[in-house]
Design a protein around this ligand. Structure first.
Ligand SMILES: Cc1cc2nc3c(=O)[nH]c(=O)nc-3n(C[C@H](O)[C@H](O)[C@H](O)COP(=O)(O)OP(=O)(O)OC[C@H]3O[C@@H](n4cnc5c(N)ncnc54)[C@H](O)[C@@H]3O)c2cc1C
Length: 242
C-alpha cells in the first residue's frame, strides 16, 4: 500500500495525507518509557521482521516541528540510525512567532537548526509518497520554498510521520493554500517563519507608504488599515504585537 501526500507543495508548512491510508496503517510498535531524554532499549521488542538485523534499525522522521524535532533529539542514536526529512531545516518555537512579525523578537531567537542535533542525518526535502510494502519514502528536494532537484527514495525500518497540518481556509473565496499566491492579494498566513517575514516586510512597506509626503488622510488610513481574520490565540497575539 502506498500513501500519497495530496497536492504536495513545498510552501505551507504541512501536507494532507489520505485519511483512509492513515486509518488503515496503524502503528505496529509502541514507544515505551520515554524517560531522561532517551527511548527505552525495549523499543523494538517484538517488532515483526526486525529479529536478527545486524545493522542499526533505520528510523526516519518526517517533519521538523514540535513532534519530529523533539523526537529526533530524544531518540537514542547509539541504538538507531536516524534520518529526519523536512522542507524546513529548523524547529520553530511557534508561540513566539507573532513577535517576529513586528520585530519584538528576531527570527533567530525562535528557531533551532535541525543540523544541531548530533548524529542525526538531515534531508531538506518534502515527502511526497510513502510505500508501506517496500518501506520507502519518495522525497522531493526543496530550497527556498521551491523544488530544487530530482526526486529520490529513502528506506526505513520504522517511520515517524510528524508533518503537522495545513492552514484551514474553509473554502474562503480568494484565499489560496499557497502563501505566494495570497501575497499578490495582500493575504498572509501566520504559521511559518516565511509567513512572519512576509508580514513584516508588508507592514514596513505600509508604514513607509503612509509616510509619503502629500498623502491625503484617506490614503494614510488605507495604508494603515490591517484586518485580522480569526479570533484564536495566534490572531489575538498578533493583534497585540501590532
Ligand atoms: C503562531 C502560532 C502560535 C502557537 N502557539 C501555541 C502555543 O502557545 N501553545 C501550543 O500548545 N501550541 C501552539 N501552537 C500550535 C503548535 O505550534 C502546533 O500544535 C504544533 O506545531 C504541531 O506540531 P507538529 O509537530 O504536529 O507539526 P509542526 O510543528 O507544524 O511541524 C510539521 C513539520 O513537518 C514538516 N512537513 C510538512 N509536510 C511535510 C512533508 N510532506 N514531508 C516532510 N516534512 C513535512 C514541516 O515543514 C514542519 O517541519 C501555535 C501555532 C502557531 C502557528
Amino acid at each position: 500500500m502506498t500513501m500519497g501526500f495530496a497536492e504536495a507543495k513545498p510552501r505551507g508548512s504541512a501536507l494532507k495525507m489520505s485519511e483512509t491510508a492513515v486509518a488503515e496503517k496503524k502503528p505496529d510498535f509502541e514507544v515505551k518509557n520515554i524517560s531522561s531524554g532517551t527511548i527505552n532499549d525495549t523499543y523494538l521488542e517484538g517488532v515483526e521482521g526486525m529479529e536478527g538485523i545486524k545493522r542499526k534499525p533505520r528510523v526516519v522522521i518526517l517533519g521538523a516541528g514540535w513532534g519530529g524535532y523533539n523526537f529526533g533529539k530524544m531518540i537514542n542514536k547509539d541504538e538507531f540510525e536516524v534520518t529526519l526529512i523536512s522542507p524546513r531545516n529548523h524547529f520553530l518555537f511557534t508561540p513566539l512567532l507573532p513577535s517576529t512579525t513586528v520585530g519584538t523578537l528576531e527570527y533567530k531567537c525562535i528557531q533551532e537548526p535541525v543540523r544541531s542535533i548530533k548524529d542525526l542525518k538531515y534531508r531538506q526535502a518534502l515527502a511526497t509518497n510513502i510505500d508501506f510494502e517496500s518501506k520507502k519514502i519518495n522525497c522531493r528536494p526543496v530550497c527556498n520554498d521551491d523544488y530544487c532537484g530530482l526526486d529520490y527514495d529513502v528506506e526505513y525500518d520504522q517511520l515517524i510521520v510528524a508533518c503537522g497540518m495545513t492552514n484551514s481556509i474553509f473554502k474562503t473565496e480568494g484565499v489560496s493554500q499557497d502563501p505566494v499566491v495570497n501575497q499578490d492579494n495582500h493575504i498572509y498566513f501566520l504559521k511559518s517563519l516565511s509567513d512572519a517575514k512576509r508580514i513584516r516586510n508588508r507592514l514596513i512597506d505600509c508604514f513607509e507608504r503612509a509616510s509619503n509626503p502629500g498623502n491625503t488622510k484617506e490614503e494614510i488610513d488605507n495604508a494603515l488599515n490591517f484586518v485580522i481574520v480569526g479570533g484564536g490565540p495566534t490572531s489575538c497575539e498578533f493583534a497585540g504585537e501590532l
